[in-house]
Design a protein around this ligand. Structure first.
Ligand code: GUN
Ligand code: ZN
Length: 439
């Protein structure tokens, strides 16, 4: 019997195209590829070719009509390495640092996600908001309720988005209405891994909220799950706020540091992602790097909650993986452009800088590397999924005016990250399919 190969579905997109193949802070100019009049070709939603339009257009079959995004900048979709989808509802809540903010705003908001209809509605809004901002993948916290995880994976699947999410594990120091038990959190997480991990583009992340809200037994069981399920992620928070750090020292007096609590329970390693990482010492940073764990840099959140300044240079010097993150609703914007705006200022406050190449690397390939997903997202390397954002550098009168006075792509990118937001997103495509169009 002969089998007939089915021809792949080919799509092509013509635009100015930028992506990164490596870290600009390590390899310099060789880290990026830019085609002023470029063509991105996808076969069955995956990258099959990228190059100059003049070179690639003649290679297309006659029936392939390129989508014309000339005059726009096409980049890999942004990757948000730390965000809480149920906190969309309390973004921009006034006047509190971390621990008060959790008690006053966050926990009551998360309580509502026990209702599957609330969770469905919140998850749909969240995914659409990501796409409106050019973000095509995220590592996100749900709530303690397993049904909130079902909701986010269902909403992401309906849009074919690569989504990583997990049920919050939290068995102490939180309101009764929001706590599980060590054993129930283990059983629920295990069942969710079986239900969702690897289904389509869904990936499970074991999610102990942070050390203060877990008993030792719960952390131990989280570590056991992480060891037993290769390929699954783990996400938590560490060293965000000074009062939080002091509380952890009281709760875990034997630990050398906050990070050491997680280390003790086997919660570090490849695919473990820790949000904030502000108040770490050199030993902690070395341990993050050596263990292959990643730091999620959340500048808008760190400023909004008055938490402190992330040390990007120290992370880099230690060779730790760093991703960029909005941390909504502690963070104040879904826009990774606005997140870069604040990241730049954080770097300057620490006597460092964040040039536009490294900035856009962080929002794309850097974040994909932090998640160990750079074989499928974060760049246009052959075989990667065709997740991308189409950007309008003249989206507002002010941006248009500023762009007229730029001479280089680096200048334009910098103005984009300082002045741009969702208004600059013309379209967002997931695996080639258009999932958002402006206006
Ligand atoms: N630490 C523990 N939980 C949270 C949270 O929901 N947001 C932030 N920013 N930090 C946390
Ligand atoms: Zn967070």
């Amino acid at each position: 019997m002969t089998t007939t190969a089915v021809a792949p579905r080919v799509q092509a997109f013509r635009a100015s195209i930028l992506h990164f193949v490596d870290d600009p802070a390590v390899v310099g100019d060789a880290a990026r590829q830019y085609f002023d009049d470029g063509l991105l070709v996808l076969a069955d939603g995956k990258v099959s070719a990228l190059g100059e339009a003049a070179t690639l257009l003649p290679t297309l079959a006659p029936d392939v009509e390129p989508v014309d995004y000339r005059g726009r900048l096409l980049m890999p979709g942004f990757v948000d390495t730390h965000v809480h989808y149920p906190q969309t509802d309390i973004i921009a809540s006034y006047g509190a640092q971390l621990l008060d903010w959790l008690n006053t705003y966050t926990f009551p908001a998360e309580r509502r996600y026990a209702d599957p209809e609330v969770a469905r509605d919140g998850a749909e809004f969240f995914c659409d908001e990501l796409l409106r901002n050019g973000t095509t993948s995220a590592l996100c916290f749900a709530t303690v309720h397993p049904q909130s995880v079902d909701a986010i994976f269902a909403a992401a699947a309906a849009r074919n988005m690569c989504m990583l999410a997990g049920k919050v594990m939290m068995d102490r120091n939180a309101p009764d209405y929001l706590t599980d038990t060590a054993e129930s959190s283990h059983a629920d997480s295990q069942a969710l891994i079986e239900r969702w991990h690897g289904k389509g583009r869904a990936r499970y992340a074991i999610t102990p909220r942070f050390a203060p809200t877990s008993t030792e037994r719960q952390l131990e069981l989280a570590g056991r799950l992480f060891a037993e399920h290769p390929g699954v992620h783990l996400q938590s928070h560490v060293a965000e706020n000074k009062a939080e750090v002091a509380w952890v020292a009281e709760l875990f007096p034997k630990a050398r540091s906050y990070l050491d609590v997680y280390d003790h329970y086997g919660l570090l390693g490849p695919r473990a992602v820790y949000a904030h990482c502000i108040h770490l010492d050199e030993t902690d940073r070395r341990r993050m790097a050596d263990s292959g764990s990643a730091m999620a840099f959340c500048p808008t959140s760190n400023l909004f909650l008055g938490s402190g300044l992330f040390d990007l240079e120290a992370a880099h010097q230690h060779g730790a993986r760093v991703g960029l993150a909005t941390d909504v609703g502690g963070g104040t914007s879904f826009s990774m452009l606005q997140t870069l705006n604040e990241a730049y200022k954080v770097a300057l406050m620490a006597g460092q800088t964040l040039d536009p190449w490294r900035a856009f690397y962080l929002a794309t390939l850097g974040s994909a590397r932090a998640l160990y997903l750079d074989d499928s997202i974060g760049s246009f390397a052959t075989g990667c999924v065709g997740d991308f954002v189409v950007l309008d550098l003249h989206a507002t009168p002010l941006m248009a005016r500023r762009m007229e006075r730029t001479a280089t792509l680096a200048e334009r990118l910098f103005a984009l990250m300082m002045l741009g937001d969702d208004r600059a997103v013309v379209a967002t495509h997931v695996a080639g399919e258009c999932r958002y169009v402006r206006g």
